[in-house]
Design a protein around this ligand. Structure first.
Ligand code: G1P
Length: 300
């Protein structure tokens, strides 16, 4: 057994241009899925996996992410006076008392690898998680990161979440090559960032959950610009693997929604609405109504 992760890094300095105009003023991590912003789902998953230190790599446009995890005295006061106990409870303790947040600045958008490197002074010399909040993972049982953290703790390996992706989509993902899988994990032989379909070594795409060993920071220091002219986390992991460091691809249990795309955000909203204690029935009814009305409109 090795050390379990305690720290999770959330790179949230991206521009979110895909969701303009909404993201002109609202960071994409704050877009809601039903009643909670995307970032909340990733944070909950990290805490469930055992993390007590959340490191947000952010920039000057993302103040609302910090505000979200801060105390809102005025609002609390108003809700208290209005006797709105349920709403008060929702905002009073955004995080359990044992969890702390740290905000680190990524002054320039130099890529995911660079964002992770910015967290080095906070993470130090221990294994840690990287979570990309765009990737929202729904699971009835333990969250994806908890599954991966268990595996990392047992093996001491770096662990990278993967799922099968259509070949025509490989250029949107880090793609890994393995020598096959045992249960849910397989040692990675090679890894390449966003290859064209004809060059992709497989169709196993990296999903935004990583458990990394601290050696990644030295690897990142010596990683030059790669795909898209950015410093890529994939390239640093690939160089560690080439140097003999064990990294396992992990087929997590759960459904991943790519909330970095419009359709992914819609799919996630549908799924979480249908799975919601109070909204499930009305959501189902309203989806049916919308489909029926559209079918009639098409006939007219
Ligand atoms: C990042 C990673 C990529 C990974 C993807 C998963 O890319 O660089 O390897 O497959 O996240 O969401 P991005 O989508 O940020 O361009």
């Amino acid at each position: 057994m090795t050390r379990r992760i305690r720290k999770a890094v959330f790179p949230v300095a991206g521009l979110g241009t895909r969701f303009l105009p909404a993201t002109k003023t609202v960071p994409k991590e704050m877009l809601p899925i039903v009643d909670r912003p995307l970032i909340q789902y990733a944070v909950d998953e990290a805490i469930e996996a055992g993390c007590d230190t959340l490191v947000f790599v952010t920039n000057r446009y993302k103040h609302s992410v910090a505000d979200y995890f801060d105390k809102a005295y005025e609002l609390e006061d108003k809700l208290e006076r209005a006797g709105k106990a349920e709403q008060l409870e929702m905002i009073r303790n955004p995080l359990p008392s044992h969890v702390r947040t740290v905000f680190v600045t990524q002054p320039e958008a130099l890529g995911l690898g660079h964002a992770v490197l910015c967290a080095r002074p906070v993470v130090g010399d221990e294994p840690f998680a990287v979570m990309l909040p765009d990737d929202l993972i729904w699971n009835a049982g333990p969250g994806a990161l908890a599954q991966m953290a268990d595996h990392a703790e047992k093996t001491g390996a770096g662990v990278i979440a993967v799922q099968d992706v259509p070949r025509e989509r490989t250029s949107s993902y880090g793609i890994v090559a393995t020598d096959g899988f045992q249960d849910r994990h397989g040692a990675i032989r090679g890894m390449v960032e966003k290859p064209n379909p004809e060059d992709a070594p497989s169709t196993l795409g990296v999903v935004g959950r990583y458990v990394l060993q601290p050696g990644i920071f030295d690897a990142l220091e010596s990683t030059g610009r790669g795909s898209g002219g950015e410093i890529q986390l994939t390239d640093a992991i690939a160089s560690m693997i080439a140097d003999g460091s064990r990294h396992d691809a992990y087929r997590f249990q759960g459904t991943r929604f790519d909330c970095g795309t419009h359709i992914g955000l819609i799919e996630a909203t549908i799924r979480f609405a249908l799975d919601h204690e109070k909204l499930s029935e009305p959501a189902r009814a309203s989806m049916q109504k919308a489909l029926d009305e559209l079918a009639v409109a098409e006939h007219d």
